[in-house]
Design a protein around this ligand. Sequence first.
Ligand code: B12
Length: 213
Amino acid sequence: MEEALLDDIFAAILDGDIPAAPGKVQAALDAGLGPEKILNEGMIAAMGSVGELYECGDYYVAEMFTSAKALQAALGVLRPHLLQEEVRAVGTVVIGTVKGDMHDIGKNLVTMMLEGAGFKVYDLGPDVHPSRFVDAVVEHKPDIVALSALLTTTMPSMQTTIDALTAAGLRSKVKVIVGGAPVNDEYAEHIHADGYASDASQAVALAKALMNL
Ligand code: B12
């Protein structure tokens, strides 16, 4: 029963079935499945398969895009269940996907989980030029700047963004955390970021640790 519901969600996202995906998630919630299980084993697992199908040439960008839309539609149903209300703001984060990179699903999940944990988050969106990160740090005075990249070709924009913060005299005023499928601990160290996390829950744990919470 549980497996069948997760399979339905997986299939709706893999097939890019935008009208059906939210209903499948609602059905799983109604049956008592936990939101994190639905997210990880249904939705994110499906996006992993979409990536594999793209890599072997069975899917094109259009299919990848439709699957992403189906996931986003389904997230609308899941969102309120992932967020726990927290009254106090535990810290401020400026987040964005770096310049040249349009992938924003992972960043949106990190945003959602950070908000759920009580952080005030300013989301600059995808394809964010380093100067916009600098401007946002001046404006919002965040504790943390969070950078997302999904392409090996845009990972260097993380370095450029950190360099821009340094040049503006802001690097020592913020912690910089990085993430996204091709990023890892070694790369984070290489560009002198303050931390790396592999998923949204780990991102929250990292942000809290950096705030000494
Ligand atoms: C959906 C998708 C798209 C959609 C994006 C839609 C959107 N609004 O985001 C579209 C169709 C637009 C797209 C376009 C392209 N894509 Co694409 N895409 C994907 C796909 C299938 C899924 C990505 C995703 O959403 N995953 C689900 C989320 C939840 O996972 P995530 O992003 O990794 O995020 C999690 C963690 O990484 C972490 N995290 C993420 N950000 C951050 C930030 C911080 C601070 C922290 C701490 C943690 C963290 O937490 C998140 C939640 O757990 C991946 C395949 C894959 N396996 O990743 C390919 C993939 C990333 N794409 C790829 C490619 C090649 C492209 C294109 C270049 C294709 C083309 N020829 O045009 C373009 C590039 C466009 C651009 N300039 O950005 C390649 C990249 C290869 C590489 N090594 O560089 C991949 C890996 C596919 C593949 N296997 O070949 N894509």
